[in-house]
Ligand binder design. Structure first.
Ligand SMILES: Nc1ncnc2c1ncn2[C@@H]1O[C@H](COP(=O)(O)OP(=O)(O)OP(=O)(O)O)[C@@H](O)[C@H]1O
Length: 661
């Protein structure tokens, strides 16, 4: 897949794929065998039925031989003709049931793969979503598995029945006329050589085609996800051209696959026709020379068709398997991607009181904030463990333990480019803490760490005095609710969206958060009220309404820590004032950590934490910081903290004497 700069290809290039691409057909069949684990009983029954069907089929030429030989001697042998008809009918019935079972197995295999893919795609490490394009990941669940279904359903049944019938026919042909069989074997060997030389190319072309289909999905998702931007910039043609290039690439790869596959067909047909001609000519001569009877020749010809036809479908099946392996390789890549570990990390004994490394009060020797970043991961981890409060401190301080504590947290998406370089602060229960800093200072990154989308490179996070690593991600997330800038609203009803975190919430609870976030008007306006549909990504709501829906959803979960990323960004002055009141109310129930760009939000906070260049450089009240922190003053003066309508701008820009940060 080609992507924009900075992306890593989500599918291996030719050199990477060669390890898999070089896999032999035997390896592909082994993969298919592995994929069908759990369906073995169906396959066994289907194989049994196919064997019965093959046996019935193989008996037919022998009966035909007797019919021909007997009819030369006298009147038509009716019982034998009836037997032939019965054999034919029974073969057709067993064949149909066997094929159905194999096709159902194909569907079952694909269903299993899709379940596995969906479960994996929803649980990947957050970094993997940064590295892959979502459209391409989606295409692996849809397009690639569809191709694989064809392979399992068709190729598997062709291979199983082909192998059984072919072996049976071979045995009987050796018995009838070994010389004629040798002639057929030579012809088929020549065709096999041609087919084998084409298989590798078919697999590579197929993989290329599936990659192009993945790129089409990814680019289409990109365009549809930003449709207003595309429209306003009149970029429909440009996007169509861009996606069209992917479509053309898929076409070229498809044509190449078809070309190689169609080169296989004449080789196979030549082998089929050639062997028939050889059997007819040489076999006819042998009948004339009285080496064989006419019945022998008829039976042999029938067996030849039984051998050659399944063989030709087996050749085609092998081609199909190679195409499917290209798709399976893409599926396998996703199945190998790392998922988030949900279990708590191994608990380590915290340091006992008085032991070296025990944390003391801030500013004292042993203050955990004094912990400095170490380049040694082991040392860093040890330092993080040492930064935990002692058990005694835990017991005595449980009641006043803050909802969240960050101690000297370091983090970078790229290890060579740190974003957070030492962040330490507390968020006490029933308090509102505001986080301010220039754009790119790392505020949203900090939220991502608190939500445990990423793990800090160094430092420690404590929830209610317990290290995040001891809690497990699910337990950490159960304590928090997040309203971020993207204010996610999903396709579904308003109620679905509000109760997303608490699907069983009762009507009173829902009404409470609707009132708190002043969504009554939206409920009254929507056809169907709470059951009214919100459309794709909530596009029937305004930005402010979406924000309030996201906030209501967060409040319904009754988190002990609420993370708000610019909650008033989309609101007018009236709504902003209302939401500020809501947040004050909410802060009575839980701890609130809010990323703020507006002075109005900051002024109501119990504490403001200033981030600069990935470090906490100051904390305190608004007035206090205006006098003590040059960074905060610059932020205020530079309109990063915009004065609210209710606030005299002079407060924000008032010059203050330089002081310590
Ligand atoms: N997923 C990511 N992968 C790599 N780098 C990222 C990622 N997300 C953010 N960054 C980088 O991390 C730095 C901090 O970004 P972050 O979004 O945390 O800043 P912020 O303080 O929230 O900014 P803003 O106020 O503009 O929202 C930026 O340089 C950004 O480019």
């Amino acid at each position: 897949m080609t992507g924009s700069s900075g992306e890593v290809p989500s599918s291996p290039g030719p050199e990477q794929s060669s390890s898999g691409g070089g896999r032999s057909t035997r390896a592909a069949v082994v993969t298919l065998f592995r994929l069908t684990a759990g369906h073995r009983s169906s396959i066994a029954v289907a194989t049994g039925l196919t064997m019965v069907g093959s046996g019935l089929g193989l008996a037919q030429p022998l009966v035909a031989k007797h019919i021909v030989d007997r009819s030369a001697q006298g009147p038509g042998p009716w019982p034998l003709l009836l037997l032939l008809t019965a054999l034919f009918g029974a073969e057709a019935a067993t064949g149909a049931v066997g094929r159905f079972l194999l096709e159902r197995t194909g569907e079952g295999v694909v269903r299993g793969l899709r379940h596995g893919l969906v479960a994996r795609l929803l649980r990947l490490e957050m970094r993997e979503y940064d590295r892959h394009r979502s459209g391409d990941l989606i295409s692996r669940v849809t397009a690639d598995t569809t191709l694989l279904r064809e392979v399992v359903a068709q190729a598997l049944s062709d291979l199983v029945s082909g192998a059984l019938v072919g072996t049976g026919a071979l045995v009987l042909m050796v018995w009838l006329d070994p010389l004629l069989l040798l002639l057929i074997a030579v012809t088929i060997a020549a065709a096999s050589g041609v087919v084998a030389s084409l298989l590798k190319g078919i697999r590579a072309a197929s993989e290329h085609m599936q990659n192009s289909v993945g790129a089409i999905c990814a680019d289409l998702e990109r365009a549809l996800g930003a449709l207003p931007m595309v429209r306003v910039h009149r970029a429909e043609d440009r996007e169509a051209r861009r996606i069209g290039e992917r479509v053309d690439a898929a076409y070229r790869a498809g044509v190449r696959t078809a070309k190689l596959a169609s080169m296989m067909s004449p080789a196979v047909e030549l082998a089929v026709q050639g062997s028939f001609l050889l059997v007819l000519v040489i076999g006819g001569l042998r009948v004339n020379g009285r080496a064989n009877s006419l019945g022998d020749l008829v039976a042999f010809l029938l067996y030849a068709s039984y051998l050659v036809l399944p063989l030709s479908s087996a050749f085609r099946a092998v081609g199909l398997i190679q195409r499917g392996m290209g798709a399976y390789q893409r599926i396998e890549q996703v199945l190998m991607l790392p998922t988030e570990p949900m279990e708590p990390m191994e608990p380590k004994e915290p340091a006992e009181p008085g032991e070296p490394g025990e944390p003391g009060e801030p500013g004292e020797p042993g203050d955990p904030t004094e912990f400095r970043r170490s380049t040694e991961p082991v040392e860093r981890e040890k330092a993080a463990v040492d930064a935990r409060p002692s058990r005694q401190a835990e017991r005595s301080g449980r009641d006043r333990a803050p909802a969240l504590v960050l101690r000297d947290v370091h983090f970078g998406y790229d290890p060579h480019r740190p974003v957070l370089r030492g962040v330490s602060f507390d968020v006490p229960h029933r308090r509102q803490v505001a986080l301010v800093g220039r754009s790119g200072a790392g505020k949203s990154t900090l939220f991502a760490l608190v939500a445990r989308f990423y793990e800090p490179d160094a430092g420690i996070l404590l929830f209610d005095d317990r290290p995040a690593t001891d809690l497990g991600r699910a337990e950490c997330r159960a304590r928090i609710a997040v309203v971020d800038q993207k204010t996610h609203v999903v396709h579904g009803s308003l109620r679905d969206n509000l109760t997303y975190a608490v699907p069983g919430a009762d009507d009173d609870e829902v009404r409470r958060v609707v009132e708190l976030t002043q969504l009554e008007e939206v409920v009254a306006r929507l056809p169907g009220g709470l059951s009214g549909m919100l459309g794709e990504r909530g596009n029937t709501l305004s930005g402010g309404e979406r924000q309030r829906v996201a906030l209501a959803r967060a409040l319904l979960a009754r988190p002990s820590l609420l993370l708000l990323d610019e909650p008033t960004a989309h609101l007018d002055a009236l709504n902003e004032a209302a939401l500020t009141r809501v947040m004050k109310d909410v802060a009575q129930e839980c701890a609130v950590l809010v990323i703020a760009h507006r002075l109005s939000t900051v002024q109501h906070a119990d504490r403001i934490v200033v981030l600069e260049d990935g470090r906490t450089v100051a904390s305190g009240h608004h007035e206090e910081l205006l006098t003590t922190s040059p960074v905060y003053r610059r932020l205020a003066a530079g309109q990063m903290l915009r004065a609210a309508a209710t606030t005299p701008p002079a407060v924000a820009v008032r010059p203050a004497p330089p002081g310590p940060q």
